[in-house]
Ligand binder design. Structure first.
Ligand code: ADP
Length: 163
């Protein structure tokens, strides 16, 4: 049986931290579904279509990674997609406390879906989408924190080296 994990998040935008976690997850799971949560009340930074396009660009040659949007409960999305696990990353003890509560409640709701956590790569433990958004807001050079395969100017609308 193929082991499928759902990696849920906002991915606004996907960073090198996410990329590394997904690549490590592929050593454990046969397939990873990157599930971009759609929240109709929150506009976000990059529009959903751009977030999906960015993720697809990064994993275009990895057929074991697929990208979808979802707007229901993560556990229900897992069951609909034949996934047995939710993959999440842990950077700090604050992440742990937050994730513990969610994972335990998820398990109470649907015991057939379990959560699995990978510690962030030490080099990426301070990298977050919000940090990238802050740098981009001030038109700084955020390329170090984003997957190297993306065209920065296309996604963020400016050339950082000109600043
Ligand atoms: P959310 O808003 O659901 O936290 P994110 O897109 O910020 O969505 O994060 C999705 C997942 O990726 C979370 O499990 C988060 O802990 C993990 N993650 C984010 N940044 C990193 C990183 N630098 N290293 C490892 N995991 C990360």
């Amino acid at each position: 049986m193929k082991k499928i994990a759902v990696f849920p998040g906002s991915f606004d935008p996907l960073t090198v931290g996410h990329e590394s976690l997904i690549n490590r997850g592929l050593e454990i799971f046969d397939k990873i579904i990157i599930a971009v949560g759609v929240n109709s009340e929150k506009r976000g930074f990059l529009p959903i279509e751009k977030r999906l396009e960015l993720i697809k660009t990064v994993f275009k040659s990895q057929e074991r990674v697929i990208v979808k949007t979802y707007s229901n409960l993560t556990v229900d999305f897992c069951i609909e997609n034949g996934a047995t696990h939710i993959l999440r990353g842990l950077r700090t003890s604050a992440d742990f406390e937050y994730e513990r509560a969610i994972a335990q409640v998820n398990r109470l709701m649907k015991p057939e879906v379990d959560s699995i956590f990978l510690l962030s790569h030490p080099e990426y433990s301070s990298v977050s989408s919000s940090l990238v958004r802050e740098i981009v807001h001030y038109k700084g050079d955020a390329r170090k924190f984003l997957p190297s395969s993306i065209d920065f100017e296309y996604f963020f609308g400016y050339k950082p080296e000109n600043k």
